[in-house]
Design a protein around this ligand. Structure first.
Ligand code: NDP
Ligand code: 2IT
Length: 449
């Protein structure tokens, strides 16, 4: 597949994360392309790697000191073969076009796996919500939406949250969309429960990642009960991964943020998790405070000089990377294997570097790649869209059951595709192939658009 990768690299040489995502998918689907010449004849690879539309815009806003600030806003509308563009918004200083293109590309195949009618997109800004007041965040979100509103809509493009975008930001974004369009529609997901949101959407990515892990480990006649688990991140995905793991009787011993990680050998219990939710979602503090409050925990700050992340160097059975891309390198992957880890379920998008992935596959770990394991979030977003269209809301049990069924189906579909193309148990190939075939067959049906 080096030909399409060369095209992508020559066209946008600086977009490393996008190259990484394209390379992985194209490697997996090689046998599919070989067995189905129509895909290459129809230039499917070339069409898939070019976004249908990219919008880049200026977001001027005023900070609390009365100073004018200018950020850059993006929306990558990658592929609409299966439905309206769908995917989150990320607000983080590291955001650039290459990162959003990688996320949008992954989203296309992830959304295809969910069984729901959603295309793929992603957006965001290099705005950093850290240290900003609620008023500053509101002014930024309003400024961001005062351009984005022209390009989205409930049947066109439906954004949601991602890193740095949670319930608070979705509220401000929705408010401005509604004002400018004079329409109350399901244009965003992750909305507040009392104004169109779905039960279980906040929990969905983390719960889904654990449901996927439970499916994987069941193939070896085992379960998660009593397993020691490493979780990274301390945001939305990490919190609800931890919550579900505790509920299933597993022991979570780590959490992290961008300043470091905590290790709590006695395990994070529901009370401690409540503290983390308050700390991160309400007070917006640092994870170090966990170790200040609970003396049994140790906080280790990030050391940029280290060639590995010590979070991944503890005895455990399972790992749930839930912070950000490329947070596990080859050395970390080897440390996980050496420490007895048998299962990795990716709550984050592309958290493992390619040579780390190779180690997991060689060692025959139960390795659930992000586009399968973290698809629960966008799945419940899809269910939120359904409920909005019907103008009614389902119960917690109804949504949770549907989420479980979807994760089970993604697991099954990925296993079957891996088996069919000669790599049984390889969820990377399975998820990439199953998602790819669904999207590209729809593209072929719809002709050259
Ligand atoms: P949050 O903003 O709620 O939390 C992100 C967490 O990751 C924070 O603890 C943050 O630390 C940490 N983090 C972010 N960037 C970095 C970095 N560069 N280095 C180290 N730590 C970092 O985001 P989410 O929990 O929503 O997202 C986490 C991951 O899950 C992302 O990869 C996202 O794409 C993916 N995902 C999210 C879904 C969702 O529904 N929200 C759905 C599917 C995937 P700090 O507090 O210091 O910033
Ligand atoms: O990466 C992801 O799947 C998300 N951030 C969730 C997207 C969504 O539309 O709910």
């Amino acid at each position: 597949m080096s030909d399409i990768l060369d095209v992508v690299k020559n066209r946008d040489p600086q977009e490393n994360e996008f190259h990484q995502a394209v390379s992985e998918v194209m490697e997996s689907v090689k046998p599919v392309l070989e067995q189905n010449p129509i895909y290459r004849q129809s230039k499917i690879p070339q069409r898939l790697v070019e976004a249908e539309r990219i919008i880049i815009f200026r977001v001027p806003w005023m900070d609390d000191q009365g100073e004018i600030q200018v950020n850059r806003g993006f929306r990558v509308e990658m592929n609409s073969a299966l439905g309206p563009y769908k995917g989150g918004l990320r607000f983080h200083p590291s955001v650039n076009l290459g990162i959003l293109k990688f996320l949008a590309f992954e989203q296309v195949f992830k959304n295809a796996l969910t069984t729901l009618p959603m295309g793929g997109g992603k957006g965001g800004s290099d705005f950093d919500p850290k240290g900003k007041s609620d008023n500053e965040v509101m002014r930024f979100c309003h400024g961001f939406m005062s351009e984005l509103f022209r390009h989205i809509g409930p049947d066109t493009d439906v954004p949601a949250g991602d890193i740095g975008v949670g319930a608070r930001e979705i509220g401000y974004l929705f408010g401005m969309y509604k004002k400018l369009r004079n329409e109350f529609t399901g244009v965003l997901t992750g909305k507040g429960l009392n104004w169109g949101g779905s039960l279980i959407r906040p929990e969905a990515t983390g719960y889904g990642s654990v449901y996927f892990a439970a499916e994987m480990i069941a193939t070896r006649d085992d379960d998660l009960k009593g397993k020691t688990c490493l979780v990274s991140g301390a945001g939305n995905v990490a919190q609800f991964t931890t919550e579900k793991l505790i509920e299933l009787g597993a022991k979570v011993v780590t959490l992290s943020d961008s300043s470091g990680y905590i290790y709590d050998e006695s395990g994070i219990d529901p009370k401690k998790l409540e503290f983390v939710k308050m700390l991160k979602n309400v007070r917006r503090g640092r994870i170090k405070e966990y170790a200040d409050k609970y003396s049994e925990a140790v906080h280790t700050p990030v050391d940029p000089a280290l060639d590995h992340n010590p979070l991944w160097d503890h005895k455990a059975a399972c790992a749930f990377p839930s912070a950000t891309q490329n947070e596990i390198n080859a050395k970390d992957a080897q440390n996980l294997v050496n420490n007895g880890v048998v299962l990795v379920s990716e709550g984050a998008n592309m958290p493992t570097e390619p040579d780390g992935v190779d180690i997991f596959l060689q060692e025959k770990l139960l390795y659930g790649p992000g586009k399968a394991a973290n698809a629960g979030g966008v799945s419940v977003s899809g269910l939120e869209m359904t409920q909005n269209s019907m103008r009614l809301g389902w119960t917690r049990e109804e949504v949770d059951n549907r989420l479980k069924m979807i994760m089970k189906s993604i697991h099954q579909t990925s296993l079957e595709a891996a088996e069919q193309y000669g790599t049984p148990g390889n969820y990377v190939n399975g998820a990439n192939i199953a998602g790819f075939v669904k999207v590209v067959d729809a593209m072929l049906d719809q002709g050259l658009v």
